[in-house]
Each structure stands twice: as structure tokens, then as C-alpha cells.
Write a protein that binds this ligand. Structure first.
Ligand code: EPZ
Length: 423
């Protein structure tokens, strides 16, 4: 179990290539189960979560091969329908194999995902959608089994524009008989990327990226080659790291059109942003200004950049309020930031951040992927060397994060942890 040692006070400078999006790649990998054959997915980040999804596919009988950031998935031998607890507990997103398995085999069995640090993470909307399509579920020994003797199209209106529920129902609907409409659908760019690959495979989909998606079911899918969309959350993370160090970074391949509100908020905080042909550059010369924000489903401010933005606001000039509307307990990391001398109070889903002149280094824990990235970002601006433990969380979502930051001038190194991992 490694830890990161981050020395503060160095400006980040230079260019970094933004990798493929974790939250798209995982779903594209699951979608490969719909076709019998060799799917090639390019620009897949070499991160722990993608390795875990590869294990899920292998457990279902597929052959998976990595060639640098290109994945080849051969599903000809995939006959399995069960996803074991050992894999689901490592990564909740394993639940998205439900849709493609129901579409291809008419049945699927997955371990119910357990608790999570950022919220209850229910799957009731997934199940409600599937039940409207004729799936019958049974639940035993921690496993959920779905059977769909006749998977058919349906009108599915989501109570909340859940990313996972939209993707899971979409991947079932493309293989169902008849028409499905998903109303109040999630609109994230990762969903548009998934829909694009499904259409390349032969699916009939209208309206991906809007609140209403219409799918005409079909029975045969071809294996294709698809390139993963750049990771807007990774791009936002590096942009905030540039700002907190008073640095300047060029984010190669970053899509400004996927980051509208994020770039607006960084602009309000004093960042200078230039959108260029092959990416965007972000610079901040002065101390950031305080800005208020609320997290919302896309195109709102992404909840996955909330902790990183709070680290920036911790040293801002003035007081800011951050409101978390997507997950009910995504402020657990605040105590870790306050250990570094931040002045943050939370009340329900509001956090009040009084900017301090400087953070001071302290031993802290990474509590999840994004909270871990926020600790690294805070460490880059703190006085002294911050020790961050549980960094396997960071490795789940960022490929070679510390190495890439070091290449941009950060004082950061990875060392074996002195203590056993804490939960
Ligand atoms: C995806 O999670 C992402 N994960 C999350 O990123 C991201 O934070 C989230 O979308 C929101 O943008 C992946 O794509 C692998 P949701 P997901 O279903 O699909 C409630 C990261 O750091 N809800 O949109 O699980 C739920 O409890 C991760 O990369 C129900 O109540 O998110 C939550 O409060 C963290 N019932 C809200 O909706 C349901 O059936 C949003 O969840 C489904 C969701």
C-alpha cells in the first residue's frame, strides 16, 4: 500500500495529455458484451477500475488483451451471466453489465454493490427501468438475478437523471423488441460516447445527450473499434492543480465543450483560459477569488470536481459556498482538509469555505478517487510535505497521476506506506 509525499510551493508548468474517460471506458467495455466478436477500444486509461472491469469480462468468459491504451475484448466465448461479489465490491460500476447481459442472454446475476463513502448509491432506478421492460428480479444471498424471457421496449421515466441507470437501461433497450423511451435521461458526455459506440455496433438510438432518448431495439450487433472520449474530470483536476499552484498548463486533448461551467467558475476565480485547437490552457497568476457553486447533473457543475474545487477555495480570497446536490454525503473529506489548516464548515449539503492564506502540510487519507485528488491538490499549495495514505483510491481513477504531476514540476513522490491500509 503506497502513500504519496507532496511538497508544496512549486508552480506547475507545461503540457499534459488528457487520457480517455474512466466513466466512459467502463461502460464501453460492458457494451462489448452485446456483440459476439472482437471489440477494440482505444484510448482506455490504464487505471485500476478498468483492470477490474476487464476481470469482470474475463469472469464472464471474454478474452481481454491490453496493448498500451488499446483494449481488445473477444466475447465469442462469453457465456457467463454472473458477476461475483469480489469484483463488485471493488467497483460498483460492475453493475452496468446487467443491461448488456439481459439484452444478449435474457438473464443476468450480479452481486449487490455494498456501501460507498460518498452516498447510498442505490440502484432502484436501474431495476425500475428493467422491470418496465419485462425483467423479473429475485434476490438471494446478496445476489440479484434478473430474468427476461421477453425483453421488450417500454417508456422509462427516471425520477433522477441517473448516469448509471440511463446507461444500463440503454444497453438493455438496444437489444429489446420494440421501442424504448428513456425520459429525464442523464446527458453526460460519457453517455453520448456510449450511444455513439452502440450505434456503430448497429443500434438505433435518437436523442443521446438530451433528456429524452428513443431506442429502436435490434437483434444483431457487430463488434467495432471505438476511441474513448477525453476525460473531462481529469482535465478539470489538472486545471484546478494549475490554478492552486499559480501555474500554467496546456491540457492536450481536453474538450472545452464538455467543461463549460467548470471553465466559467475557474474564470470567475481568476483563471485565464484559452481554448485551442488541440486542447486548452489554464493559468492563474494571482491568489484565487472565492466563488460559489452547486453540483448538478450534466451540464451542471460536476460533483466529481467538487472536492478538487473545494481545495482551491480553501486558499481563496474571501468566503465561498459549495452545495452538493448529487450525493448525500460527499463532504467526508472536509475533515482531512481542515487537518491541513482549512476553515470549512458543513451543514447538510452546504459547505462554507473561509479562504485561508496558506494550508499547512499534515498526514491525511484519500477517502475516494476525487477526494484523493483533492488531497494531492491541497498538498501542492501547502507549507511543508503532505503525506497522503490510501492512494489506491487515486490509482483507481487517474493513470500515473503522481508521475505526470512530477513531470509538470510538482514535488511529489510515491513511497511504500509505513502503516497498514485503513478502510
Ligand atoms: C456515475 O456514478 C459516475 N461513476 C460517478 O463518478 C459520478 O459521480 C456520477 O455518475 C454522477 O455524475 C461512473 O460512471 C462509474 P448516478 P453513478 O446514478 O452512475 C442516486 C467517480 O469519481 N441514484 O448518476 O453511480 C444516487 O444515489 C464516480 O468517477 C438513485 O437514487 O451515479 C446518487 O445520489 C463517483 N437510484 C445520484 O442518484 C439509482 O438507481 C446520482 O447517481 C441510481 C442513482
Amino acid at each position: 500500500m503506497d502513500r504519496l509525499l507532496v511538497g508544496g510551493g512549486r508552480r506547475l508548468q507545461g503540457a499534459v495529455r488528457i487520457m480517455g474517460a474512466k466513466n466512459s471506458a467502463l461502460k464501453l467495455m460492458a457494451a462489448s458484451l452485446l456483440a459476439e466478436g472482437r471489440t477494440e477500444i482505444e484510448n482506455v486509461p490504464r487505471i485500476v477500475d478498468c483492470f477490474t472491469m476487464a476481470e469482470v469480462l474475463q469472469h464472464l468468459g471474454a478474452e481481454v488483451a491490453w496493448d498500451d491504451s488499446t483494449l481488445t475484448i473477444d466475447t465469442a466465448g462469453a457465456r457467463g451471466i454472473e458477476t461475483p461479489y469480489e469484483l463488485v465490491r471493488k467497483m460498483r460500476a460492475s453493475i452496468v453489465v446487467l443491461g448488456p447481459l439481459l439484452a444478449r442472454f435474457g438473464r443476468a446475476k450480479v452481486a449487490m454493490p455494498g456501501g460507498c463513502n460518498i452516498g447510498s448509491r442505490k440502484i432502484d432506478l436501474h431495476l425500475k427501468g428493467f422491470e418496465r421492460m419485462g425483467v423479473r428480479f429475485s434476490y438471494e444471498h446478496g445476489y440479484l438475478e434478473g430474468v427476461a424471457p421477453n425483453l421488450h421496449g417500454a417508456f422509462v421515466s427516471l425520477d433522477f437523471p441517473s448516469v448509471g441507470a440511463t446507461e444500463n437501461v440503454l444497453m438493455a433497450a438496444v437489444g429489446a423488441s420494440g421501442t424504448t423511451v428513456i425520459e429525464n435521461a442523464a446527458r453526460e458526455p460519457e453517455i453520448q460516447d456510449l450511444a455513439q459506440m452502440l450505434v456503430e455496433m448497429g443500434a438505433k438510438i435518437e436523442g443521446a445527450g438530451t433528456t429524452s432518448i428513443e431506442i429502436e431495439g435490434t437483434s444483431s450487433f457487430q463488434a467495432v473499434c471505438h476511441r474513448v472520449v477525453p476525460d473531462r474530470i481529469e482535465a478539470g483536476t489538472f486545471a484546478i492543480a494549475a490554478c492552486i499552484t499559480g501555474g500554467e498548463l496546456f491540457l492536450e486533448d481536453a474538450r472545452a465543450d464538455h467543461l463549460d461551467l467548470v471553465l466559467d467558475k475557474l474564470g470567475e476565480a481568476g483563471a485565464v483560459i484559452r481554448v485551442e485547437e488541440r486542447g486548452l490552457s489554464v493559468a492563474m497568476a494571482e491568489r484565487p477569488l472565492s466563488v460559489d457553486l452547486v453540483t448538478l447533473p450534466y451540464p451542471g457543475f460536476p460533483t466529481d470536481l467538487q472536492p478538487q474545487m473545494m481545495a482551491l477555495m480553501a486558499i481563496a480570497r474571501g468566503t465561498s459556498i459549495i452545495t452538493e446536490n448529487v450525493f448525500e454525503s460527499r463532504f467526508m473529506f472536509v475533515d482531512e482538509l481542515n487537518r491541513m489548516g482549512a476553515d470549512i464548515r458543513t451543514e447538510g449539503h452546504h459547505a462554507v469555505i473561509r479562504g485561508v492564506d496558506q494550508l499547512s502540510a499534515a498526514p491525511v487519507r484519500a477517502l475516494d478517487i476525487r477526494a484523493g485528488a483533492a488531497m494531492v491538490i491541497a498538498g501542492l499549495a501547502a507549507d511543508g510535505v503532505t503525506e497522503i495514505s490510501n492512494i489506491y483510491h487515486v490509482d483507481r481513477g487517474y493513470e500515473g497521476f503522481d508521475g505526470r504531476l512530477a513531470a509538470l514540476g510538482a514535488d511529489i513522490r510515491r513511497e511504500p506506506s509505513l502503516w497498514p491500509a485503513l478502510a
